[in-house]
Design a protein around this ligand. Structure first.
Ligand SMILES: [Zn+2]
Length: 135
């Protein structure tokens, strides 16, 4: 399986990422989901979390170790199909200055147990800004 936007759990039909996250965590703690069903992050995501992820303010909701990292991926035209992993605020600002419609996905990933979930989806790029300004 190659890494892509489909590897980010929570992306898709679910509108409220926090709700689907909460639901999965609850199902795990109730014993309705096994750990290997919720801790199945793509190796590429774990590598990014380990190398460039920023520490989350909370512990991992599954293994409760302080190993939770936040990783931001940006997808869009003229970016790799597996997305650009953004590690600094400066890099994100540069992408935001592009004339393209880009989308940033903020993902949490635990480098200890491999839990992962999409936290936020944000529009990036000047085209998106025009849309936002006119609406
Ligand atoms: Zn964990």
């Amino acid at each position: 399986m190659t890494f892509g936007v489909g590897s980010l759990r929570g992306n898709g039909a679910v509108v409220d990422h926090r709700l689907s996250r909460r639901h999965l965590i609850n199902e795990f703690h109730r014993g309705r989901l096994r750990q290997d069903q919720v801790c199945d992050a793509h190796p590429e995501l774990i590598r990014a979390a380990r190398n460039v992820g920023s520490a989350a303010t909370i512990a991992c909701p599954i293994c409760e170790l302080p190993e939770l990292k936040l990783v931001t991926y940006v997808f869009g035209p003229r970016l790799p199909s597996h997305g650009r992993c953004v590690s600094t605020a400066k890099e994100l600002q540069q992408l935001d200055a592009r004339p393209d419609e880009l989308t940033a996905y903020v993902v949490e990933a635990c480098v200890s147990c491999r839990w992962h979930h999409l936290l936020r989806v944000l529009p990036v790029g000047r085209s998106n800004r025009r849309v936002r300004a006119s609406s």
